[in-house]
Write a protein that binds this ligand. Structure first.
Ligand code: GLN
Length: 391
């Protein structure tokens, strides 16, 4: 047989999703792939049941049901202060994953350079390869995950056509400040570049940090493609509902990519999602409170055990420093992936190896998530406490 495409030979399967499969095989507590173990809000389930009996069951408009686009535009306009038009500036996609891929395929020609922060959510690597773009990596340096603005300027001077910003940032939990985003925005304007944002964790931002919508900064509405999703905000990762917001020119082009990639997101689920978007501001405040409690509870538990970790400013991820363990004879020459596999089997908790997020050869960090009920988090902490006995 003739070889398959070069494209598929250049990246592996997703390590995040692989860890879920290994975790399931050994019955571990899965704190690797980030998704909640609690139910979506009841009014959305009721709306879904209604849609099951009353429809719609056929294709929605390819770029999204009218009522969902209107609800998304109204939510976005409220938080950004912009005035996007639901008909010409919004596309509903199959998850934030399709939104990002669609944005990349809309912006990039093969060979175009795109800046990506490292560590980065692993999909961006594959997004770049599949769209033909060549990534230029800009380090976010642990433990604070700061970056050097001059590295970004250099990337633009070297020809980057776009920069991807995950804010709040998976996996490191960084929330970009308004001033950081403004500096990047000024460079994007200066070098006439696009900014593709992934804002799926926009409602998991822990005080005193605040979420700034990149598109709302001066000069940015026409050059930002905002990608987000309903997965995390409404605990519906399996519904696969995301969206893209941008200028009419960009969205007009992106509609074609989206149409031929997927035709559209599932119609009955779009209908049910509108019920969620009709919630008032209290819903988002409660969600934020819930995750703030989870973060504080989980990292207090990590502190009691004595595991070294960062304090996420946003998202539901925390990075654990395993360097002390890797110095033990038992783990000498272990990769972080081998350590995670050992942890699944012997400790009963699944994590994602940090190396799957970093461009640099980082081997001593692993990522856990805390989007779990309190009992599950407590049991995970009990199990993780056994790690400390090894030191
Ligand atoms: N964004 C989540 C994570 O990083 C889930 C990713 C996915 O599998 N779509 O774990």
């Amino acid at each position: 047989m003739r070889p398959l495409s070069d494209r598929v030979g250049t990246f592996t399967d997703s390590v995040i999703r692989r860890m879920t499969r290994i975790s399931n095989k050994y019955g571990a507590i899965n704190l690797s792939q980030g998704f909640p173990d609690f139910d979506p809000p009841k009014p959305m389930l009721d709306a879904l049941a209604k849609a099951a009996y009353e429809g719609p069951h056929q294709y929605s408009i390819t770029f999204g049901a009218q009522n969902l686009r209107e609800a998304l535009a109204s939510k976005f306009n409220k938080t950004s202060g912009l005035n996007v038009d639901p008909n010409t500036q919004v596309i509903v996609t199959c998850g934030g994953t399709e939104a990002m891929m669609c944005a990349m395929m809309t912006v990039c020609n093969p060979g175009d350079k795109v800046m990506v922060f490292s560590p980065f959510y692993e999909n961006y690597g594959a997004d770049a390869i599949l769209s033909g773009a060549e990534p230029i990596y800009v380090p976010l340096v642990p433990p604070e995950y700061d970056f050097d603005l001059s590295a970004i300027e250099k990337g633009f001077i070297d020809g980057a056509k776009a920069i991807i910003i995950c804010n709040p940032s998976n996996p490191c939990g960084k929330v970009f400040t308004r001033s950081e985003l403004t500096s990047i925005a000024e460079l994007a304007v200066k070098y006439d570049a696009y900014v593709v944002t992934d804002e799926v964790y926009e409602h998991m931002v822990y005080a005193p940090n605040v979420h700034t919508v990149m598109a709302s900064l001066p000069g940015m509405s026409e050059r930002t493609i905002t990608c987000s999703s309903l997965s995390k905000t409404f605990s519906i990762t399996g519904w696969r509902l995301g969206y893209l917001i941008g200028s009419p020119e960009v969205i007009d082009a992106a509609k074609k990519v989206h149409d031929f990639l997927t035709v559209g997101a599932p119609a009955p689920l779009q209908e049910a999602a509108v019920a969620g978007l009709n919630f008032g501001d209290d819903y988002y405040a409660d969600l934020n409170r819930l995750y703030t409690e989870k973060r504080d509870h989980f990292i207090a538990g990590l502190d009691r055990i004595g595991l070294k970790h960062n304090v996420p400013q946003g998202t539901y991820f925390v990075m654990i420093d395993i360097s002390d363990f890797l110095e033990l004879d038992q783990f000498r020459n272990f990769t972080d992936l081998e350590f995670c596999e050992w942890m699944i089997k012997e400790i009963g908790v699944a994590a994602v190896p940090g190396s799957s997020f970093f461009r640099e050869p980082v081997n001593d960090l692993i990522r856990l998530h805390f989007a779990r009920g309190k009992d599950v988090l407590d049991e995970a902490l009990n199990r993780l406490a056994k790690l400390k006995d090894l030191l």
